[in-house]
Design a protein around this ligand. Structure first.
Ligand code: GLC
Ligand code: MG
Length: 721
């Protein structure tokens, strides 16, 4: 038991349509099992005695095309548990593949929410790659432990699409797969623990990741809502309404029902099931087949793959002449689903999941909880379920003949049917209840929380910069310095505006090198000095080091091991002692021979090392702790001093400035920037100045009216997806 107030868990699940009731499952590919899971998890967690608050954070939508409830900032799920909706880029509904450029801003908006409410979560749990990325950033910034659940993984998806013959480029364009995979790796960099559904997910899926560390993974199988899924009553006063949708198809509905429920997705392998049934006369003689594959009004309006699946059902029914024996109801809603299992159980039927692959298969647990035996693909989820529940058999989804025989046996042996039915029910309650799920989750979370060094400092909403309510933060080389006239003018402007606007620098240089360049160019000592590429913070003058930050960035930092691992990397050579600090290991890149950042990160991750790797000007390579960077240091300062990122104007010219330019900060890229920053053009809140060096900064200050009203309003950012 915990002393004092209970724990506060924050779940993040960015995409899709998330609401507390009447979930719109299946309206699009982003609103499916994950959404149900996170909502139910939030409700189940708050029931746990050690937890007193749960927030489920998702994207806020204001879009006439979707329900206005998705625009509510807070929706209560249960006392203590809320859906919290946070702005993320454009207000309208977007597919998850389009959200990437907006996630830094989403994270900043969420930080503001936390700062305003004054209470910090004890654990941040990211769901899927996008939220894994956001959770990683927040965890990195706040020093709060993080959990990650992938739900499905980019590397697995990419492999599957390649196997199906899709071209690398199309995969990239359609699914932004590289970005997704990097987000997953980043989540793994930061996560204290990873939740998976099955052992197979760990051994076969996460094993594809550079950051594969099975010790950090905990198998916690999903739970089934045991209040929703129950065995059929002894008798119904009125048969459930879905009965009416099925009976018109069937000569005798009371024969054992072979039930399949899935999305109309080719991977669910429904045609093979009809074939198995159609070619097995004995099975046809005693059982019906009921296929519930999504909803449709006009088949021609379905997307291509769904249309193909439905057309194949129609074709196969006709081909095998299965009229009167196979039902494929046109529509159903979520309240019908429990009744489908009950009807099948009532007829002593069986649930079948013939999917080509099945990482989990929640429907199998729903069947078990309804006392309906299962026949399922021998793959990750079904294997774990059948091993624990002993409520059915596994099949090879490609062998239709044995599939048919397995179904026949399942519905013909009454004694065994009863045994399976009872065992499934018992197994679901023992192993797959929400309380079992949450108990395991909370005990894993508690040890992660105990092991973490949570920041103790209170977070204030009031600005601690005594008089200023905004700050200009400039990179030094090639941004602040480079043009004497521009610099002199900028210094004059800052002096004129007075103490309302604070001044800071963020540089790759060490503190010593910074101080000498400041002196050389006669720049007054800034109030904030972020040096060594964001691995040190000082406040001046007199210069005071932020020891808390130093403490904070130590997380997973193993400099000796990194130096050792980097010794093997060709094409780079260590910088001299002026380039090295306790938290920064720097190299010069040899032109034409240096490895890419991606290769270096991959090499480190595969050596079980987590670090941030930043390249600048194609000439420098800096390796820092994962919690360091100019952007992270700036936000650390911003949190601590009560200045929102949207009141920080940041200016830079090269790669190591990138992380402070994205998100809600008001970014300015000077005209003389390195081409490596071109990729930021068009991203929200990043202004590309025409003018060079300090003149570019001045242009940016004017663009945002930064000394006046501050213009952050930009036209709705549109993505090209
Ligand atoms: C500065 C630093 C150097 C670093 C470079 C890029 O030049 O002195 O160590 O690699 O910035 O961040
Ligand atoms: Mg620079």
């Amino acid at each position: 038991m915990s002393e004092g107030p209970g724990r506060y868990i924050m779940l993040i699940s960015v995409h899709g349509r998330v609401r507390g009731s009447e979930m719109e499952l299946g309206v699009d590919p982003d609103t499916g099992g994950q959404i149900t899971y996170v909502v139910e998890l939030a409700r189940a967690l708050i029931e746990h005695p050690e937890i007193d608050r749960v927030d489920l954070v998702t994207r806020r939508l204001i879009d006439p095309k979707v329900d206005s409830r998705y625009g509510q900032q807070i929706e209560e799920l249960a006392p203590g548990a809320n859906i919290v909706r946070i702005d993320c880029g454009p207000k309208r509904y977007l597919a998850k593949e389009s959200l990437w450029p907006h996630l830094d801003s989403f994270a900043d908006n969420l930080l503001r929410f936390l700062r305003n409410q004054g209470r910090m979560p004890d654990l941040i749990h990211g769901h899927y790659a996008d939220a894994g990325y956001v959770a990683g950033r927040l965890s990195s910034l706040l020093g709060i432990p993080m959990a990650f659940t992938g739900h499905s993984l980019g590397r697995v998806k990419r492999q599957r699409l390649l196997d199906q013959g899709m071209a690398e480029e199309s995969i990239e364009k359609r699914y932004r797969i590289t970005r997704r995979i990097e987000a997953e790796e980043y989540a793994l960099d930061n996560a204290g623990f990873v939740v998976t559904s099955t052992h197979q997910e760990v051994e076969e899926q996460y094993a594809l990741y550079d950051n594969y560390q099975p010790k950090r993974m905990t198998v916690i199988p999903p739970a089934v809502d045991l209040s929703r899924f129950t065995p059929p009553p002894r008798s119904w006063r009125n048969l459930p309404k879905i009965h009416k949708a099925i009976t018109p198809f069937l000569e005798d509905w009371a024969r054992p029902m072979i039930l399949a429920v899935s999305r109309p997705d080719p991977r669910k392998n429904i045609s093979a099931l009809i074939k198995a049934y159609g070619e097995n006369q004995a099975l046809r003689d005693i059982a019906n087949l009921v296929i519930v594959a999504g909803n449709r009004s006009d088949i021609n309006e379905l997307d291509r793959s769904a249309r193909e699946v439905i057309n194949e059902i129609l074709y196969h029914v006709d081909y095998y002449n299965l009229y009167g024996q196979v039902a494929y109801p046109k529509n159903h809603d979520s309240t019908d689903v429990p009744h489908l299992y009950q009807l099948a159980a009532k007829t002593k039927g069986v649930f079948v999941n013939p999917a080509l692959t099945e990482p989990f298969g929640l429907t199998l647990l729903e069947s078990a909880a309804s006392g309906l035996p299962i026949v399922a693909t021998s793959d990750g989820g079904p294997r774990d379920i059948v091993a624990l529940c002993k409520n059915g058999v596994l099949i090879d989804p490609l062998d239709t003949e044995s599939m048919g025989n397995a179904l026949l046996e399942a519905v013909s042996d009454r004694t065994r049917w009863n045994k399976w039915s009872r065992a499934g029910l018992r197994g679901a309650h023992r192993h797959y209840s929400w309380s079992a799920h949450v108990n395991k989750f909370v005990s894993t979370a508690s040890s992660a929380i105990r092991m973490s060094h949570k920041r103790q400092r209170p977070l204030s909403t009031a600005s601690r910069l005594i008089t200023a309510d905004r700050i200009v933060v400039c990179d030094i080389d090639n941004t602040l310095v480079g043009d004497k006239g521009g610099l002199r003018e900028l210094i004059r402007m800052l002096k004129d505006v007075g103490s309302r606007v604070a001044f800071g620098i963020a540089t790759g240089r060490s503190l010593d090198l910074t101080l000498s360049v400041l002196q050389e160019w006669k720049i007054p000592t800034p109030q904030l000095l972020i040096t060594s590429v964001g691995s040190a913070i000082h406040y001046g003058a007199p210069l005071i080091a932020d020891r808390g930050f130093e403490q904070h960035i130590r997380y997973r930092w193993r400099p000796d091991a990194i130096r050792e691992a980097m010794a093997e990397v060709p094409g780079i050579k260590p910088q001299g002692p002026e380039g090295q600090t306790e938290y920064k290991i720097s190299f010069d890149m040899i032109e034409g021979e240096a490895p890419s950042v991606t290769d270096v990160v991959r090499h480190l991750r595969r050596s079980r090392l987590q670090a941030k790797v930043i390249a600048s000007h194609g000439a420098y390579l800096d390796i820092l702790p994962i919690r360091a960077s100019k952007g992270m240091a700036l936000r650390y300062f911003a949190m601590d001093w009560g200045v929102g990122p949207d009141r920080c104007l940041v200016a830079g010219d090269s790669g190591n400035d990138e992380e402070m330019l994205t998100g809600n900060t008001l970014g300015v890229v000077v005209g003389n920037h390195d081409p490596e920053l071109e990729k930021l053009r068009g991203e929200p809140h990043i202004y590309f100045a025409e003018k060079n060096y300090a003149w570019g900064i001045i242009e940016g200050i004017e663009h945002y009216d930064f000394f006046g009203q501050i213009r952050t309003q930009e036209p709705e950012f549109s993505t090209n997806v």
